[in-house]
Ligand binder design. Structure first.
Ligand SMILES: Nc1nc2c(c(=O)[nH]1)N[C@H]1C(S)=C(S)[C@@H](COP(=O)(O)OP(=O)(O)OC[C@H]3O[C@@H](n4cnc5c(N)ncnc54)[C@H](O)[C@@H]3O)O[C@H]1N2
Ligand code: MOO
Length: 406
């Protein structure tokens, strides 16, 4: 008997991850805007000013009163100039115009800008060659984008460059965001050798470490790679417990299945907590989620493609939930180029190359490689197709969920 869920459905595992992570959300900090990129907002941002802050010109030209323009050409007196910068105290009266540049505040009295190309200058007068159809042409109104007091960014959203620039345009100098979870990465197994060293018979190079470090960095984290774990229960225990008191998240790979050398589940059961172990998915079935001291632990199976599927499937959700990201990532779907069939009940993750065809349709071409050790097919692909739970017969053209990776 176990006191944790096992052989559970993928969606149930996701629900547990969200629930546990919500109780262990990282704390918040206030950072200058320039250092907050990619972070998750911990507080709403309310506009302290309107955008644009004042009526201004959208083009280089002349500010004037639309009512002064006739059907054909109209000559106006050029009385002043207003460039982008501090607003001058200028009024445009009847029959007058003011030289203006893009972004410059509109002078009082003017309601229209005529672009420079539609004018001719002639000894202190400006001849307007074509009348804009209505007043308000080439004008950007105060507050047409954002009204002061409006909530423009919400807690739980990720600060993208576009959102950071919106905050900057409102004059917001710093933001309250969630701290980045700290992450320790372990690969495990006596067979693993650092690339660059020579292999003895039976040994292989450690590829999962690079995979995990890259995937975590792509999430904006700064993972710490710990020395590889040998297949020794005491050493596994010491290293994991050490990391457990210093990191928010531990990601391991290998030593989580049923073998004699798979010590990670025992360490978590004895010294921490197992939230679930073994999920009805393929690959990645032996995946374990637990807690150890102050850290959440995502123990991924050792097969490289299983690392991939479990990280994309669970790792991203866990990282999002730990740092308070409530805005869902965009779900992506594509049409299958070739049919997919499976008879087993587990959710399956298949490597695929996703591309946009000449009709603008996103399509997923499944990679025929079978086996969760075949990393080359991951490199040839750019997404995992999510084949739903239960036996499936998906014809070419069926729409499937995809998880894209960089
Ligand atoms: N009797 C059973 N055997 C296995 C089961 C099972 O349920 N019962 N599950 C299979 C599945 S599915 C997987 S996935 C693997 C997962 O096993 P572990 O997580 O314990 O991983 P290891 O045994 O340590 O390694 C599996 C495989 O991956 C290679 N590996 C491990 N780490 C790395 C690394 N850092 N870089 C490259 N390759 C790595 C390792 O050499 C093994 O070949 O268990 C099945 N067996
Ligand atoms: O499910 Mo394991 O993850 O096939 O290799």
């Amino acid at each position: 008997m176990t006191d944790f869920p096992t052989q559970l459905a993928f969606d149930d595992a996701i629900a547990i991850i969200r629930e546990v992570a919500a109780k262990h959300r990282v704390d918040t900090e206030t950072l200058p805007l320039s250092r907050a990129h990619g972070r998750i907002l911990a507080a709403d941002v309310v506009a302290p000013i309107a955008l644009p802050p004042f009526d201004n010109s959208a083009m280089d030209g002349f500010a004037l009163r639309h009512a002064d323009l006739g059907e054909g050409e109209t000559a106006l007196h050029l009385v002043d100039e207003q460039f982008a910068g501090r607003a001058r105290d200028i009024t445009v009266g009847e029959g007058e115009c003011v030289r203006i540049t893009t972004g410059a505040p509109m002078p009082t009295g003017a309601d229209t800008v005529v672009i420079k190309e539609n004018t001719r200058e002639d000894a202190g007068r400006v001849v307007i060659l074509a009348r804009p159809s209505a007043a308000g042409a080439n004008l950007r109104r105060a507050g047409e984008d954002v009204q002061a007091g409006e909530c423009v960014l919400q807690a739980g959203q990720r600060l993208t460059p576009a959102r950071a620039s919106l905050a900057a345009s409102l004059g917001v100098p710093s933001l309250t965001v969630f701290r980045r979870p700290t992450v320790a990465v372990f690969s495990s197994g006596d067979e693993l050798v650092e690339p660059g060293l020579s292999l003895a018979p039976g040994e292989i190079y450690d590829s999962n470490r690079e995979l995990l470090m890259g995937l975590l960095r792509a999430e904006g984290l700064e993972p710490t790679a710990w020395p590889r774990l040998p297949d020794d229960p005491r050493q596994v225990e010491i290293a994991l417990r050490d990391a457990g008191c210093a990191f928010d998240l531990i990601v391991t790979c290998g030593a989580v299945s049923a073998g004699e050398k798979d010590h990670i589940p025992a360490v978590l059961q004895q010294f921490g907590q197992v939230h679930f172990w073994k999920v009805r998915m393929k690959p990645g079935m032996p995946v374990l989620f637990g807690s150890l001291d102050q850290a959440r632990v995502l123990a991924l199976p050792g097969n490289p493609v299983s690392v991939f599927a479990t990280f994309l499937g669970f790792g991203r959700t866990l990282i999002d939930a730990l740092q308070g990201r409530s805005e869902a990532r965009d779900a992506e779907r594509a049409q299958l180029v070739a049919p997919i069939e499976k008879s087993h009940a587990r959710r399956e993750f298949q490597r695929a190359r996703v591309f946009c065809d000449e009709h603008g349709v996103l399509r997923a071409d499944p990679n025929p490689a079978v086996g969760s050790h075949r990393l080359r097919a991951v490199g040839e692909s750019n997404a995992l197709i999510v084949v739903p739970d239960g036996p499936q017969r998906l014809a070419a053209g069926s729409v499937v969920e995809i998880l894209r990776y960089v």
